[in-house]
Design a protein. Structure first.
Length: 283
């Protein structure tokens, strides 16, 4: 591995120690209650946020919400949906959102942990559903959220099917959540997969991308780990009907078939949302 590799591993280890665990216990209903109205007002004004179909989500019990993901590390669609969920169901209903723990360590994003954003891990996902909570996951992860802006109309989970296994293992309904607008909050140019691999970020930080985008205030933004100021593009989110996987696909569902079907429904909805938009950014 060499000296450079040893130094990189040492730096990664030190950084990992400084990254918050971001577990389920950090969610704070009182904090959400105190800040929800102001943040939701800001989101509706800045992003002209519109969230449809919240009534389709089961009113109680564990549920796995599966979304497409846009907007770089700041992911405004996640913020909008989290605020809308808490407004609709109330702050006492347990609701968690999985995110890369490096994102949770970014400046100014620590407060998201109080809204229920937790480190993406099998442990946290299982604990959330076992506690009876609603859980929002983004199978596309950093691969999808940093896709080029000209691919903004594409649902791209990169073939990841773990969310289906999770819903089956926990025997919970799966609810697709489709959003549009986030990829217009900056100009995303490249995922930077080759650059991430060359710098061994995939080995040290589980980062398979080192994205390159144009955005404020940096103009050229490499990595997006310092964040950026998202442009006020209109964010629209549509919740689809809940899916009982075994009722729809049988007792032993074919994961490939289920994945293709779910992605197909989400893509069709995204196409419909895109058709509604008069102009990019404006909505």
């Amino acid at each position: 591995m060499g000296v450079a590799g040893d130094v990189g591993s040492a730096l990664a280890g030190q950084l990992a120690k400084r990254i918050p665990k971001a577990d389920l216990d950090e969610r704070d209903p009182d904090y959400i209650r105190e800040n929800l109205a102001g943040m939701w007002l800001l989101a509706t004004l800045y992003f002209r946020a519109e969230v449809r179909g919240l009534d389709k989500i089961p009113e109680e019990g564990p549920v796995l919400l599966v979304g497409n993901h846009s907007g770089g590390n700041l992911t405004p669609d996640t913020t909008v949906f989290t605020l809308a969920f808490a407004t609709y169901f109330g702050v006492e209903r347990r609701f968690y959102q999985l995110a890369h723990n490096l994102v949770l360590a970014m400046p100014g994003l620590g407060r998201l942990r109080k809204f229920g954003t937790v480190a993406a891990s099998h442990k946290n996902a299982n604990r959330a559903l076992e506690s009876g909570a609603a859980l929002l996951v983004y199978p596309g992860g950093d691969y999808e959220v940093h896709r080029p802006s000209w691919e903004s109309g594409k649902v791209d989970f990169g073939g990841r099917k773990g969310f289906i296994r999770l819903a089956l293992d926990k025997d919970v309904p799966l609810v697709p959540v489709v959003s549009i607008g986030g990829q217009e909050t900056s100009l995303f140019l490249s995922r930077g997969e080759g650059l991430a691999k060359a710098l061994r970020l995939d080995k040290m930080f589980r980062l398979k991308v080192l994205p390159i985008s144009l955005g404020l205030p940096w103009i050229v933004n490499v990595g997006d780990m310092a964040g950026h100021v998202p442009l006020p593009a209109k964010i629209t989110i549509q919740v689809l009907d809940p899916i009982n996987l075994r009722e729809r696909y049988g007792e032993e569902p074919d994961l490939v078939e289920a994945y293709a079907d779910i992605i197909g429904d989400m893509q069709l909805t995204l196409d419909e949302l895109a058709a509604e938009r008069r102009l990019p950014f404006i909505g």
